[in-house]
Design a protein around this ligand. Sequence first.
Ligand code: AMP
Ligand code: MG
Length: 379
Amino acid sequence: MAMSCDHPDLLPLDEALQRLWEALPAPALAEVRAERDDPATDRAAMDGVALRAADGVAPRRLLGTLFAGDDPAAFTVLPGTAVRIMTGAALPPGADAIVPVEQLVAGADGIQPTVRPEVGDHVRRRGAQARSGDLLLPAGTPLNVAREALLAQEGRPVPSLRRLRVGVASTGDELVPDPAAHQIRDSNGPMLAALARALGAEPLLQAALPDDPPALAAALQQPGDIRILLTSGGVSMGEHDHLPRVLADLGARILFHRIRLKPGKPMLAALLGDLLVLGLPGNPVSAYVNALLFLPVALARLEGRAFPDPWRRARLVAPMKHKGDRPLLHPCRLVDGQLHPLPGKGSADLVTLAHADALAWIEPGGMEAGAKTRWLPVV
Ligand code: AMP
Ligand code: MG
């Protein structure tokens, strides 16, 4: 039976995550060519002795030891001789094989292989990985951690690994430090700053913004030295939810607004020049859930890492009713690897969230006890 859909315009969560990923630039590299042969000489791949394979299992007299970084010209391996060698050391002239420590016996006449060596045994051949001048990475290749290691090996400058700066600005006239009964404290700001820090970014927690379009526009136009701005509130359907219009008036490119998720439907993402604005919903659990989903994707993309997959899988121990047409992320306790739904009171309920280990994905229509589903760890 087809699920009835009250919100046909809402973007499914996984499409929204993908859209954000594709809208952001990954750091790209200029062409990288091999500076020299890799390896630049024949090298030992094991700790052992360097010798001539043709002498078979006959005893060898030891001439000395070569460590990684030693100049191998100190020794010449002639028939009947060998040089002790450590992993990474260059092969001395005359040697054509390494016999590892595990295959050697010591005798009165020196050392003796227990296994007949073959030419090239345990040798990393000069140029086996690349030849000098080979194209290693074409221009435009996105940077990742593995490629940073290759850049370092080739003597190329490694782009700075500065932490990305993430601004955090809550919105709402009701947010005050010392609230009367009709006011509240700003819980989203500290929560978002903590999340950004936990994800390796450098958060900059700003003062909460008023529900005033000129003030919002001014803050968006002068964000300071930040790459991502996390706002919360002001993206829903209320008369004070000005952020979408203010962003549109400033010429921002709206990536999406409103997604198929409960809680967190009003979620907005926009690019204002190079600045990524993640307009999180104001309700604290909605802001938490969406930040947990979208911020890692943005950071991974901008830092040149792979698309993150935070989902784990487990079974529900109890049935979950869910009448809505949006998938639900519901707080649960995780006991013995199984999801125990908590009696949550919705998108403003930080008390339940603070007792949860997991947010379980509940399909529209609900799920049976024993059903396997995906879940996110609560951080
Ligand atoms: P809004 O989307 O701005 O209408 O906010 C939705 C709900 O979240 C309202 O009840 C707000 O008072 C609440 N809210 C908004 N911002 C915050 C915040 N920074 N901390 C805690 N609650 C907030
Ligand atoms: Mg508000």
